[in-house]
Ligand binder design. Structure first.
Ligand code: PMP
Length: 310
């Protein structure tokens, strides 16, 4: 396969199948299919979004030559947007809460981006507020704002979801995915529902996220978890949310690396915990699709595979 830009390597990721042979909780005849989004060139599911946000901004005339792209991000969207912006010759500024991994920040910088930090305790809401302030201040800037922009779920509706259906058919019993902005979950869910209204939709969040109620607090699982209910979830017939502790999420992340060679991040471990809980409840022959959103090597400075006390 020959490609003329790195964008050509985005998408068409494989599905890794897990059966009873790999996890005893999976009933015989059932299977979990994990979409290996960490194999995208920027190392995450958000490469797909980067392309869409830039294309949409250009199509709407909001991005012109020299427009600065500003975005609040936990890091992966920054890397995805930076890749797309680089291809279009646009400067980028990303607003990142301090706690997020150094590797993601180094990768954004490697792609030419500037990083602005906001305090960890202000969460993603603090990063959104600062990005809005910078957008006001910098003339000729564009704020795609993944948390509100319909291009976010659209990117997954148009790319990832059709790939899932092409590989698995429309008879997917359940779709289980982590929720950050909710873009991946809602875009894929909408596409699957149109083909099979009975599909079960399970959102995954870390402890400290508010989807199952309770107070918002910090967590170590990165990329998922919300302080407010994402607008994209509105109107979706969601079957339930599974809340995964840092301890369980990281234990699964380590297990997926050690036993299956999947070098994925902690939101993938959390998704797998939730997918196993879901499939254990379903009759034999069920198919659960889930997503492994990003790569683990961007969390090595956080001892992702070696710190046992999470
Ligand atoms: N996992 C990781 C590692 C992420 O970076 C993100 C995006 N923040 C997600 C999951 C969740 O994706 P979404 O924003 O589409 O809900």
């Amino acid at each position: 396969m020959i490609i003329d830009s790195i964008q050509g390597a985005i998408g068409h990721t494989p599905l890794l199948r897990f059966t009873h042979q790999h996890f005893s909780e999976i009933p015989e005849g059932s299977a979990i299919y994990a979409k290996l989004e960490y194999l995208n060139p920027g190392g995450s599911i958000k490469d797909r979004l980067g392309v869409y946000l830039i294309e949409e901004g250009l199509a709407q005339g909001r991005i012109k030559e020299g427009t600065t792209i500003i975005e609040p991000t936990a890091g992966n969207t920054g890397i995805g947007v930076a890749l797309a912006a680089l291809a279009a010759g646009l400067p980028t500024i990303f607003v990142v809460p301090e706690k997020f991994s150094m590797e993601k920040q180094a990768l954004m910088k490697a792609l030419g981006a500037k990083i602005v930090h906001t305090p960890t305790d202000e969460g993603i809401s603090g990063a959104i507020a600062e990005a809005k302030r910078l957008h006001e201040e910098i003339i000729d800037s564009y704020l795609p704002l993944q948390f509100e922009n319909p291009a976010n779920p659209e990117a997954y509706y148009r790319t990832l979801a059709p790939e899932l259906v092409a590989d698995l058919g429309a008879e997917i019993t359940s779709f289980v995915a982590g929720i950050g902005s909710g873009g991946t979950f809602s875009g894929v869910a909408r596409y699957l529902l149109e083909r099979n209204p009975a599909v079960r939709l399970i959102g995954v969040e870390p402890e400290g996220s508010i989807l199952n109620g309770g107070a918002s607090h910090g967590h170590e699982i990165e990329g998922i978890g919300v302080e407010f209910i994402p607008a994209f979830l509105e109107g979706l017939p969601i079957s339930g949310f599974t809340t995964v502790s840092d301890a369980d999420g990281f234990a699964m992340t380590r297990r997926l690396a050690k036993e299956h060679g999947a070098l994925i991040g902690s939101s993938s471990g959390a998704a797998m915990v939730a997918a196993l809980a879901e499939i254990a409840k379903l009759p034999a022959g069920s198919r659960v699709a889930t997503i492994f959103p990003d790569a683990g090597d961007r969390y090595l400075s956080k001892d992702i595979y070696s710190r046992e006390e999470y």
